[in-house]
Design a protein around this ligand. Structure first.
Ligand SMILES: CC(C)(COP(=O)(O)OP(=O)(O)OC[C@H]1O[C@@H](n2cnc3c(N)ncnc32)[C@H](O)[C@@H]1OP(=O)(O)O)[C@@H](O)C(=O)NCCC(=O)NCCS
Length: 461
């Protein structure tokens, strides 16, 4: 292996080539806007309606529009729409007579910046959302255009990583996004008796019922604690506060979710330790069920106590929730079968844009050194990088060729999956996604790169 290197080369991510739109289409970026009463302007209104329809939601009324604006657009995300400008005369005629007006996009995209908890840092991340392409315009390269346009902007803006949550698993790998955190969907037997969920640990503190509409300050406090302690957590958009204070019913975009219930765990030291939000699924379900809408805690004790409370709810024999893959609650239960995982699903996809910044902000298992050859089909982050971890902090430099025999090769999608420690280097090796020479000390590499627990992201966007 060659050792001719140029160490400490400054690395600059390369904006990708922006894939052009097909003839007859044009793209337009804008910042959403509304009047003093919160009614969105025509471009924002059409964008919001097209986006909701792209996810098969109903056509929004004007009243619903102002709520969608408040929840999703008032914090000023960047919006990008694709609009038809010219087509065959017959299609143009039909579109003019029967189609939506000219400001109604056939494809939507939005992004904004929030922090990602890497385990040691709150790293700025470019979050992608609202990606839709109208069925009549699919498979003509619109998504590829919007993606390359957006990632070029993200690179120019200096974002070290981009992230998204995906409705389908087959779309985003080709653009360098890897599954970085997963969540567990669980059904918990709360019917009581030997089959039911019951904690081994004695109770600590008290759980008190709360009026969701008064929770805003408590949410901010608990969220701050949760976000800072949870690797993989992504800071939340305003819509979460609207939802958790029951001011907004996101299923119908109406005001007040009158079914929302909440309870707070007051710790033994008197501080607020966590909040759970839940709704009853109705009397027709068998078994009668409660759905956890959110559960946030500043530590595992409060997390457990909120589960104790959920299990104690009368007239409900089952609780459904979405939680961390490694939630300790089933290990705290006397009967582990009272906790049934019904599905493990990817939640957060990461696309590394600047491997130097991203890896220097990553958590590591132990100190060590290795180099990696990174391939990136979009050309943003390709290169050879040396990672030297000392006292838990990585120094990363780029070079012409590997600087150590501890050298691996992988693609950018795999780096996204390794980033938060959701998967081990050994598993990706066994999956054929990391290759190395025969001399590689896999145990040493795993000790440095792999982390002891799994990340969790409680934010969907
Ligand atoms: C998914 C969606 C955005 C794709 O848009 P599109 O404009 O048809 O995509 P493009 O024509 O640019 O295709 C880009 C690439 O992705 C592939 N692709 C597109 N949709 C795909 C899908 N659903 N599954 C797998 N691959 C897909 C294309 O084959 C193409 O591959 P290639 O460039 O390697 O040849 C669009 O189908 C859509 O709006 N779906 C409903 C809403 C949705 O799922 N949004 C995603 C939210 S996370």
């Amino acid at each position: 292996m060659s050792t001719t290197t140029t160490p400490d080369d400054p690395f600059t991510p390369q904006p990708p080539h922006v894939s052009p739109l097909a003839e007859g289409l044009t793209g337009r970026g804008f910042t959403p806007a509304a009047d003093a009463e919160g009614n969105p302007d025509a471009a924002t209104a059409a964008f919001a309606r097209a986006m909701e329809q792209g996810f098969y939601q109903p056509y929004l009324s004007d009243e619903q529009l102002s709520r969608v604006y408040q929840a999703y657009f008032s914090h000023g995300p960047y919006c990008y729409g694709v609009y038809p400008v010219a087509d065959e005369p017959a299609v143009e005629r039909v579109r003019e007579h029967y189609g939506f007006h000219a400001e109604y996009p056939v494809a939507t995209w939005a992004d904004f910046d929030k922090t990602l908890n890497t385990g040691v840092d709150l790293l700025p991340a470019r979050l992608i959302t609202g990606v839709t392409v109208n069925a009549a315009y699919r498979r003509r390269g619109i998504l590829r255009h919007m993606m390359t346009h957006a990632l070029a902007r993200a690179v120019t803006d200096g974002a070290p990583v981009a992230a998204l949550t995906a409705s389908e698993g087959g779309i985003y790998g080709r653009f360098g996004f890897g599954v970085a955190a997963r969540e567990a969907h669980v059904e918990v037997n709360t019917a009581g008796g030997p089959g039911g969920f019951e904690l081994r640990t004695p109770p600590t503190g008290r759980v008190v019922p709360a009026d969701p509409s008064r929770l805003e300050a408590a949410i901010a406090e608990v969220w701050e604690g949760f976000h800072r302690r949870t690797r993989g957590s992504v800071d939340r958009q305003q819509v979460y506060t609207e939802f958790a204070t029951a001011r907004l019913n996101v299923e119908e975009w109406s005001t007040w979710n009158r079914s929302m219930r909440a309870a707070i765990h007051v710790r033994a030291d008197g501080r607020i330790g966590g909040i759970v939000w839940w709704t009853h699924a109705g009397w027709e379900t068998e078994p009668t069920r409660v759905e956890v809408r959110d559960l946030l805690a500043v530590d595992e004790t409060s997390h457990r106590e909120l589960w104790r409370y959920l299990a104690s709810l009368d007239l409900a024999d089952q609780v459904r929730a979405t939680t961390a893959v490694e939630d300790p609650a089933p290990w705290a239960a006397r009967n582990p079968r009272s906790w049934r995982v019904t599905r493990i699903k990817d939640v957060l996809w990461i696309r590394v844009l600047n491997p130097v910044t991203a890896l220097q902000s990553r958590q590591w298992g132990t100190d060590g050194e290795f180099s990696l050859s990174l391939t990136d089909p979009m050309g943003i982050a390709s290169g050879v990088f040396t990672v030297s971890v000392s006292a838990g902090v990585a120094q990363v430099s780029s070079s012409q060729s590997p600087t150590t025999p501890q050298h691996i090769s992988l693609d950018i999608e795999s780096l996204g999956s390794l980033y938060l420690g959701d998967v081990s280097v050994l598993t990706l090796r066994d999956a054929g996604r990391i290759t190395a020479g025969e001399d590689l000390d896999w145990a040493a590499l795993s000790a440095t790169v792999d982390l002891k627990d799994r990340p969790f992201c409680a934010t969907h966007f």
